[in-house]
Write a protein that binds this ligand. Structure first.
Ligand code: FDA
Length: 290
C-alpha cells in the first residue's frame, strides 16, 4: 500500500532535496547543526544502489555549496548514510567503492559523513566497511553504535582505540534478546556507561536521544569530568522535540538535527511510529488539521 507523503511530513523534510532545504535553513537560522539523510535502505538491485550513490554525491555537492553561500563553518552541515542503500547487502566490495567515491567528494568539500547503523544482520559488515575506509578519511567519516546491543561495550572500546567519531543511540530495530537488551532501564543504564566512556575518552561524540533522563545524565557526566560543551554534541531527529532542540542550544551545547528526505520514507516513518505513541498522535493531529 502506498501512503500519502502528508502523513510523514512532520518527520520527513521533503520528498526531494529542494523541498527539504527550506527546513534545513530554518534549523541553521536557529543555530542548530544539521545532518541530511537521503532515505532508502536494503537496496537489492545494483543499478538502484549506483543511482543512490550518485544522488548522495550530488547531495554533498549541493549541501556544501549551500553551506558555503551561507558562510557557515564545515561542522554545521554533514550527511548520514545507510550502507545498505548503496549495495552493502548485494556486494560489499562494490559498496566500498561507492562509499569511497562519496568520501573522496566529502573530503574535498570538508563535509563529515556518518554511517548510520542498521539491523544486526549487517552490524559487523558496517563496522568492517567503516574500518576499511576510516584510515583514508579519519576526519570525514564516523559510525553509530547502539546501546541496546550486547556487543557495544567492545565496539565503544575499539572506536576509542581508533580515535573514531561515534554517534551513540539506543537502537531502533527489532532485535532478539540474544543480541539486544529489551527493557528501557537496562538500555538506559548501558547508554550512560557508553556515553561516559565516549565523553571522557572519545572524539567529539554525538549523543543521539530525545530522552530527558539521558540528556540530564550526559550533561552531568560532562560537568563532572570537565568535558567542554563544544567537545560533544546532542543530536535529535527532525520534527521531534523542536523546542527542546532550541533550548539545548540556548544552554550553550551543540545540537545537530537529523533531517531525512526522499521518496522512500515508509520504513523510517514506521520506526518513528513504533517508537512512541505520541508520534502516532502527531500524525493523526496533522491529518485532522488537513
Ligand atoms: P525514546 O523514544 O526511547 O523515549 C524515551 C523518553 O524520552 C520518553 O519516555 C520521553 O520521556 C522522552 N521523549 C522521547 N521522545 C519525546 C518527544 N518527542 N517528546 C517528549 N519527550 C520525548 N537508531 C539506529 O538504530 N541507528 C541509527 O543510525 C540511528 N540514528 C539516529 C540519529 C539520531 C540523531 C537520533 C536522535 C536517533 C537515531 N536512531 C538511530 C534512533 C534511536 O536508536 C532511537 O530509536 C530513537 O532515538 C528513540 O530513542 P530515544 O532515546 O530518542 O527516546
Amino acid at each position: 500500500m502506498t501512503l500519502p507523503f502528508a502523513l510523514a511530513r512532520r518527520f520527513v523534510a521533503g520528498e526531494t532535496l529542494a523541498d527539504a532545504l527550506p527546513a534545513v535553513d530554518r534549523l541553521l537560522d536557529d543555530g542548530l547543526y544539521v545532518t541530511l539523510d537521503l532515505l532508502g535502505e536494503y537496496v537489492d538491485d545494483p543499478a538502484r544502489a549506483a543511482a543512490f550513490s550518485d544522488e548522495y554525491v550530488a547531495l554533498v555537492e549541493t549541501l556544501a555549496a549551500h553551506r558555503d553561500v551561507r558562510g557557515l563553518n564545515p561542522h554545521a552541515a554533514s550527511i548520514s548514510i545507510k550502507l545498505s542503500m548503496i549495495g552493502q547487502v548485494i556486494d560489499e566490495d562494490a559498496c566500498e567503492a561507492h562509499l569511497r567515491r562519496l568520501l573522496d567528494r566529502a573530503r574535498e568539500a570538508d563535509m563529515f559523513v556518518r554511517l548510520d547503523m542498521e539491523g544486526t544482520d549487517i552490524t559487523q559488515s558496517t563496522l568492517d566497511l567503516f574500518e576499511r575506509v576510516y584510515p583514508d578519511y579519519p576526519d570525514h567519516v564516523g559510525t553509530v553504535l547502539q546501546a541496546y546491543l550486547h556487543r557495544t561495550a567492545a565496539d565503544v572500546a575499539r572506536m576509542i582505540e581508533l580515535n573514531a567519531r561515534v554517534r551513540l543511540c539506543k537502537g531502533a530495530y527489532k532485535e532478539p534478546p540474544a543480541l539486544a537488551y529489551q527493557d528501557m532501564p537496562t538500555i538506559r543504564w548501558h547508554y550512560r556507561q557508553h556515553a561516559r566512556r565516549l565523553l571522557t575518552e572519545g572524539r567529539l561524540p554525538g549523543i543521539a536521544t530525545h530522552d530527558d533522563e539521558l540528556i540530564a545524565a550526559v550533561k552531568q557526566i560532562a560537568a563532572d569530568h570537565g568535558v567542554a560543551r563544544d567537545a560533544f554534541e546532542f543530536q535529535m531527529l527532525y520534527g521531534l522535540r523542536p523546542e527542546t532542540q532550541r533550548q539545548i542550544v540556548r544552554e550553550g551545547y551543540a545540537m545537530r538535527v537529523y533531517v531525512p528526505y526522499g521518496t522512500e520514507w515508509q520504513p523510517y516513518f514506521t520506526r518513528r511510529l513504533r517508537e512512541r505513541k505520541e508520534n502516532v498522535f502527531f500524525v493523526l493531529k496533522a491529518l485532522v488539521k488537513g
